[in-house]
Design a protein around this ligand. Structure first.
Ligand SMILES: Cc1cc2nc3c(=O)[nH]c(=O)nc-3n(C[C@H](O)[C@H](O)[C@H](O)COP(=O)(O)OP(=O)(O)OC[C@H]3O[C@@H](n4cnc5c(N)ncnc54)[C@H](O)[C@@H]3O)c2cc1C
Length: 435
């Protein structure tokens, strides 16, 4: 690992060893400074803090949520597909040992128009899976443990931000308890509803899909054989995502079922038998009998994209910059790609002795991420609309298109690279190497 004398000195001098329980506000202001301020300690903010720390850069991470509440031990039904390139990054920054045993590899992706023939079957050659499925609670636990063990990360949570001042040479964030925290750069990882992005006057392109995604998990009779299914219905897509078997040996998958906004409350109210019947109808017996094993949750679906991802001494990262339909399981992956690019740029900048909030570094981040974010967001949006067109004619056209992709190996290879997160100009972390 590369250590910068300047930053490493500052890291060891200023950092407090933060654990979720020890970061509760004592009412006493604690001023501090670091290389980067991170506003928002969700999945993306924590990965950013750990990736910076692995390269000798310190951070102060602020979040109003209580970390204890987000570390509930039971499975809440939320799971995420991590594409193979971002998974390499998580391992490179030291999360492999904590996560590996929990991950269920995705070896094939099966895409179909309803249950009609004419599907596309993405199965990469070789041993490397397309991605890995994790329960979100396992990701949250591994990240929280990593952050707590890292001296270079000063976690302030739960803590409320009162003011953020972006002066010409520094950003200063004042907490409600009076603590003044400063750095040359603020990374905004506050999720879709980012207040800091809005306060900076960054406009959003946004629209609602008028759909809700019901998520949950079920045990099933037949093994999933590490296949993820994307089954498109005109009423909304239905995804089945493989998880590791339960301790009692039962097979298990997570699902994301998107339905019209108006229909969602009625589906959510269905009892276990009625819901099971609906699941079986959607799956057409693919995995045999099913039984729900996690609480259902409903997420309203919308698209939003910040028209710019940087401002003076500020970078938007993750859902604060772009929030997309979960149809292809790419939202968190895009955030991880943001992290990989931003870390590489900041590490390069620090090596050259640059101010980490320098406009040239931010310009590089904006250019690097702009095209990739736009193309993934646009592809997901087009896919959602294309498969939402009802009628036999539209279905025939889609199936002909899918048959074409299935036969054309270069096109299929392109889609597989995108699913793996390996398309475009790849930052080093996404290839599994430190910068
Ligand atoms: C149904 C569903 C399924 C999905 N499945 C997948 C998948 O399989 N694969 C995938 O890649 N993606 C998936 N996603 C997308 C993924 O969940 C998000 O992209 C990801 O969680 C975004 O992380 P984030 O850290 O940017 O934002 P968030 O997870 O929203 O975290 C934001 C954090 O910022 C904090 N915060 C908020 N406001 C402030 C403030 N003013 N100051 C400081 N902190 C603040 C919050 O408390 C929170 O901790 C899915 C999404 C949905 C809805």
């Amino acid at each position: 690992m590369f250590h910068f004398t300047r930053n490493h000195f500052r890291t060891t001098r200023m950092s407090t060893r933060a654990t979720p329980s020890s970061t509760q506000s004592t009412g006493q202001p604690r001023d501090a400074s670091a290389d980067v301020l991170i506003s928002g300690g969700g999945l993306v903010g924590q990965v950013l803090a750990l990736a910076l720390a692995r390269h000798g850069l310190s951070s102060i991470m602020v979040d109003p949520a209580d970390p204890i509440a987000s570390l509930a031990p039971h499975f809440d039904g939320r799971a995420s597909a991590i594409a193979s390139a971002p998974w390499k990054m998580l391992q490179a920054i030291g999360l492999g040992d904590a996560l590996r045993a929990h991950g269920c590899p995705i070896e094939r992706i099966w895409v179909s128009d309803g249950l009609q023939p004419g599907e596309i079957d993405f199965a990469p050659p070789g041993d490397e899976p397309l991605g890995v499925m994790f329960e979100n609670r396992q990701l949250r636990r591994a990240l929280a443990d990593g952050v707590a063990a890292c001296d270079a990360i000063d976690l302030r949570a739960p803590a409320r931000t009162q003011n953020i001042e972006r002066a010409p040479n520094r950003v200063t964030l004042t907490l409600a308890d009076g603590s003044r925290l400063s750095a040359p750069l603020i990374a905004v990882c506050e999720g879709r509803g980012s207040a800091t992005r809005d306060a900076a006057g960054i406009p959003l392109a946004r629209w609602s899909y008028h759909h809700g995604a019901m998520i949950g998990a079920f045990a099933h009779a037949e093994p999933h054989e590490n296949v993820a299914y994307e089954i498109f219905y005109p009423s909304g897509p239905f995804a089945i995502l493989p998880l590791n078997d339960l301790p009692d040996g039962r097979h298990r998958s997570a699902f994301v079922w998107s339905v019209q906004e108006a229909d969602a409350p009625a589906y959510m109210r269905l009892g276990p038998r009625g819901y099971r019947a609906e699941l079986l109808r959607l799956m057409g017996g693919i995995l045999g009998e099913v039984e729900e094993i996690a609480p259902r949750a409903l997420f309203p679906l919308s698209f939003q994209r910040a028209t710019q991802i940087t401002a003076d001494r500020m970078a938007l990262v993750g859902d604060s910059a772009h929030a997309i339909h979960p149809i292809a399981g790419q939202g968190f992956n895009l955030g991880l790609r943001d992290v990989a690019a931003l870390v590489e740029i900041l590490v390069d900048g620090a090596r050259l002795g640059m101010d980490l909030g320098d406009a040239q570094l931010l310009e590089r981040y904006s250019r690097w991420r702009g095209l990739d974010n736009l193309s993934v967001a646009a592809a997901t949006d087009i896919l959602t609309r294309l498969f939402g067109v009802p009628g036999k004619g539209a279905s025939l056209l889609r199936r002909a298109g899918m048959a074409g992709v299935q036969k054309l190996h270069p096109l299929k290879g392109f889609f597989m690279d995108e699913a793996r997160g390996e398309g475009g100009d790849l930052p080093k972390l996404l290839a599994g190497a430190l910068v």
